[in-house]
Ligand binder design. Structure first.
Ligand SMILES: NC(=O)c1ccc[n+]([C@@H]2O[C@H](COP(=O)([O-])OP(=O)(O)OC[C@H]3O[C@@H](n4cnc5c(N)ncnc54)[C@H](O)[C@@H]3O)[C@@H](O)[C@H]2O)c1
Length: 323
């Protein structure tokens, strides 16, 4: 299939990853239809070149109509609720939105014959593994409801791929961070480390480190940060992979990270250098369930999608957040 003629339905396209993904898809010549219920998205990040519909991907009838009328070839499913603490307080909302409503979308796609889907999964599917790097064969063992909902929908994609000859890819993003010229992180509440650190540096408010006695080089936890533009490029690479002539049916899970661990203390030093301010660090005890290291093995992303991170050095991500 010619890449120039393709139409992509992008759920959650008014959100952080979705808006950056819309830009990447449009730049490649794909037609983009954004569907977002604006529960956490922002209309001002929707590119003018994309069509926009307000609504939930959980409305099967409307989804069937949209998929048919817009002649969608592939769905990029970025829409979700994604606040971990809220997911444990309100599992009903998370299973309803991230699993049940997503299943409705998947059924609509199957009914209309749209058989390609790229899903925004998460490293949260792995929970707190002990291995030094995480590959896709690492056991799925989520430690929160949010991660459980991502596992549940991945399993549905796998079963649908087997039974209905669908082609799907679950991209397991690690910690998405950074800004592009048009898109920046505007989560409310902001739970992600780098934007919170920059806020702490600029405001002087205390910044809490949970645990500084882990078995890591400097005692603080190691995480894998991947630039949002690299994540958008991964979504584009997955779309192009599924659109290739002869792309096999089935489901693949693929880690999307930088492949490099950055410790909390390294992130603090980098933010201090970039902002020329001191962060008011306060060390707290470890939190239950926080693993010492979560670092992606990205071998499969390179092999399957010919994708590699290009902008994900932590200092570069931090500069993009400040600049
Ligand atoms: N940001 C990260 O670090 C990260 C890491 C791993 C995985 N992810 C996943 O990537 C995806 C995007 O995350 P994000 O950070 O851009 O979040 P976000 O909250 O900025 O974007 C999610 C978008 O989905 C929309 N949405 C939610 N429910 C919807 C529904 N039922 N119908 C239509 N639209 C709906 C929201 O309005 C929002 O615009 C999510 O699936 C998230 O779980 C994000």
């Amino acid at each position: 299939m010619s890449e120039r003629e393709t139409s992509v339905l992008l759920t959650g396209g008014a959100g952080y990853v979705g808006a950056a993904t819309a830009d990447a898809l449009l730049a490649e010549g794909h037609r983009v239809v954004i569907l977002d219920d604006l529960s956490s998205g922002h209309t001002d990040t929707i590119p003018n070149e994309a069509s926009f519909k307000t609504g939930s991907y959980g409305e099967t009838d409307k989804m069937e109509e949209l998929l048919r009328d817009a002649r969608i070839d592939v769905i990029v499913h970025c829409g979700a609720k994604s606040i971990v603490a809220e997911s444990d307080e309100h599992p009903d909302r998370y299973f309803a939105n991230n699993v049940q409503a997503s299943l409705n979308l998947l059924n609509a796609a199957c009914n209309i014959g749209v058989k390609r889907m790229v899903f925004s999964s998460s490293a949260a599917v792995y929970g707190a593994p002990t291995s030094s790097t995480i590959n896709e064969a690492t056991a799925l063992a989520p430690v929160n409801t949010y991660g459980a909902t991502k596992v549940a929908f991945e399993l549905a994609l796998r079963s649908f791929a087997d039974a209905y000859e669908m082609q799907s890819i679950s991209l397991r993003y690690f910690n998405v961070a950074g800004s592009t010229e048009r898109v920046r992180e505007r989560h409310d509440p902001e739970t992600h480390l780098l934007p919170r650190l920059i806020h702490a540096a600029e405001s002087g408010e205390p910044f809490f480190i949970y645990g500084n006695d882990y078995a890591t080089p400097d005692g603080s936890a190691l995480r894998d940060y991947v630039h949002v533009a690299d994540v958008a490029a991964a979504n584009l690479a997955a779309v192009n992979y599924l659109l290739r002539d002869g792309a096999p049916t089935g489901h693949n899970a693929v880690n999307i990270g930088s492949g490099v661990g950055t410790s909390v203390k390294q992130a603090i030093s980098a933010v201090e250098r970039a902002t020329k301010r001191t962060v008011n660090v306060q060390v707290q005890p470890r939190r239950a369930g926080d693993p010492p290291r979560l670092i992606a093995d990205i071998t499969r992303a390179v092999a399957l999608l010919n994708w590699r991170p290009r902008q994900s050095e932590t200092t570069r991500i931090i500069r993009s957040l400040i600049g």
